[in-house]
Design a protein around this ligand. Sequence first.
Ligand code: NAD
Length: 335
Amino acid sequence: MSNVVLITGAAGWLGGLLAHALVADPKTPNVQLILADIVEPKAPQGVKAVTIKADLTDKAQIEALFATPLGIPDTVYCLHGIMSRGSEDNFELGLKVNIDSVRALLETTRQKSPKDNLIKFIFTSSLAVYGGPLPHVITPDTIATPEGAYGMGKLTSELLVNEYSRRGFVDGRIMRLPTIVVRPGVPSAATSAFISGIIREPLKGLESLCPIGDSLDSPELELPSWLASPETTIKNFVIAKHVPAEKFLKHTRVVCLPGFTATVRDELQALEKVAGKEAVALVKFKDDPINRRIVSSWPPRFDNTYPLSLGFVVDEGGMEPIVRQFQKDVAAGIA
Ligand SMILES: NC(=O)c1ccc[n+]([C@@H]2O[C@H](COP(=O)([O-])OP(=O)(O)OC[C@H]3O[C@@H](n4cnc5c(N)ncnc54)[C@H](O)[C@@H]3O)[C@@H](O)[C@H]2O)c1
């Protein structure tokens, strides 16, 4: 088996982590990577890789990903995209990147795929596909009715990946991700940014603004979110490649990756346990009702039964081990 893997969005946060995880994956021996992004991606050391700076809204640049010296990939991880706030603020760009370029990549994958050994097309979606009135717990039967450009774009691309799989054009796998904490780097403009920010900045000795509640005593701090750690998410990205096609539900390749529910208060309590009251004191509050309304509209509880039955894994122990891991990453200078 050739084990050539194409990752789009490879210069992004999860794309970079995925490349390293694939190199370490015993089930993908001697992996060779084709790494593409509009920003020049970096390859992990010691692996045969091609890095390509490409704008994937351009069909010719997509074609070029299948014409490298590494040949046709057996797996495509489609991770490139315009994130939530970006696609809400720039609707046209969101359509172009989150739908049109995904469709073009899917079609090229179909054209290049051997009929007797379909290329796996692994697509990262989001819980932003859900909106409107929702049940207490989301199950595989819950209908997705997005109320934003980002979720709409993801759902549209999901439908294409499902249809291409049903027709036997590609072997699609769609992962709806929880919100991933703790995201390293600088604070972003995303509505969900505070979910990472209230852990990340205090662990670096910096102040962080929490837009939920006005103080540590606010009842708003009971706001729950559906979360997963980066480590578990990346493990699940690799698992997605190894799930036998016949194990998926017949009518859909969508899988809501396992996660857990934590409130803003749960996060702050974990921060206090790991880094003390002085770390929590660095969190300042200024309630932002708009931000709170958006985050409150996201489903905070999912049934993990189906993804666990496929072999996907879930974080154990809630927020505390995640905060501890991030503290180690800060100490190691990689956060
Ligand atoms: N991080 C999360 O919490 C989360 C949650 C749900 C879903 N996702 C999805 O997972 C995927 C990866 O997320 P991430 O956090 O690594 O995002 P990221 O923003 O760090 O990476 C996305 C990458 O896509 C690239 N890109 C954008 N437009 C492009 C274009 N026209 N051509 C080529 N590359 C382009 C960007 O340069 C960037 O490097 C995305 O599809 C995202 O929607 C992430």
